[in-house]
Design a protein around this ligand. Sequence first.
Ligand code: HEM
Ligand SMILES: *[C@@H]1O[C@H](CO)[C@@H](O)[C@H](O)[C@H]1NC(C)=O
Length: 327
Amino acid sequence: MSFYTFYYCFFLLLLLQHQFYHGTSELEVKYYSATCPNAEAIIKEEVTKLYHEHGNTAVSWIRNLFHDCMVKSCDASILLDEDPAAGVESEKSSTRNFGMRNFKYINTIKEALENECPTTVSCADIVALSARDAVQLLGGPEIEMRTGRKDSRESYAAVVEEFVPNHNDSISLVLSRFQAIGVDVEGTVALLGAHSVGRVHCVNIVNRLYPSVDPTLDPDYAEYLKRRCPTPDPDPKAVEYARNDLETPMVLDNMFYKHLLNHQGLLLVDQQLASDPSTLPYVENMAADNTYFHHQFARAMIIMSENNPLMGELGEIRKDCGRLNDH
Ligand code: HEM
Ligand SMILES: *[C@@H]1O[C@H](CO)[C@@H](O)[C@H](O)[C@H]1NC(C)=O
């Protein structure tokens, strides 16, 4: 092959790659710069205001990203309310989404955007950007997220359990669920670091306490958990819960990994990260180095946030994040 043929092929490849790239994903940094230049600033302002009024909203925005993006795509399907007339069974009522909260404040953010630029900014991008801003408010890393997602025209309530793992699933199942959306083992270990903030209701813990205490649990920690969750059958409506991280409950830091190494993981899936040989080295490194944890967390959040984005005509820009637009 001559020198010129080589370069010709090389350029052809570059062109093809470029086209392929645009064919599969059009998410862009600052997608709204022309159509709604203040969109990202408005979201950040609303997320910050809400955080100062109800700190837990920031925790919820991080969980939203996981539960939305894991099921088919990041398309705000998680935000749809039950609406039999429109054929919508809400994903919110799936047991996997138990405990999710603060949904009503999403529309506070949406209304601020609608006032500035009506039906321009998707609810899916609100899910992504609010998670990004929440991470920063909770002391986590800066994350550069791309935008341009559209909102789904349906809910995937019927299949949530095929995508979102359960609190007691095996490590191999958890890793395969994340691998399916392009997140590797290191990224999965980092993403579960989100459990450095927030709470867990007793229903998700009692299997580790009754009838007998999980022997991998630190005994003092088990005593604390039994005080928080005194009966084997908690009333799911009673607000009985334990905090994920007692020392720094509202900081997205590497305390989570230190607790795992001390046998103080709250969920079985969390604790397994410290017992499986494929994940333990990452747990140790993240426990030792918060900057490394933050770097991996940001990297994996971006991958998760770009899972199979719904683009162009395939979706819509909802006016109300909890309802499909009328057609
Ligand atoms: C194997 C994967 C995961 C499982 C099985 C899982 C399961 C759970 C469970 C059972 C709860 C407690 C719900 C309750 O009782 O109220 C919870 C809370 C939470 N999860 Fe996960 N989770 C996983 C991954 C993630 C990821 C990847 C993120 C985000 C990056 C995340 C963010 C959160 C947050 C922030 C909370 C606290 C929510 C609050 O306090 O309102 N989780 N998770
Ligand atoms: C996991 O927990 C659920 C309750 O949330 C329980 O019904 C199920 O049997 C548990 N599975 C395993 C494998 O322990």
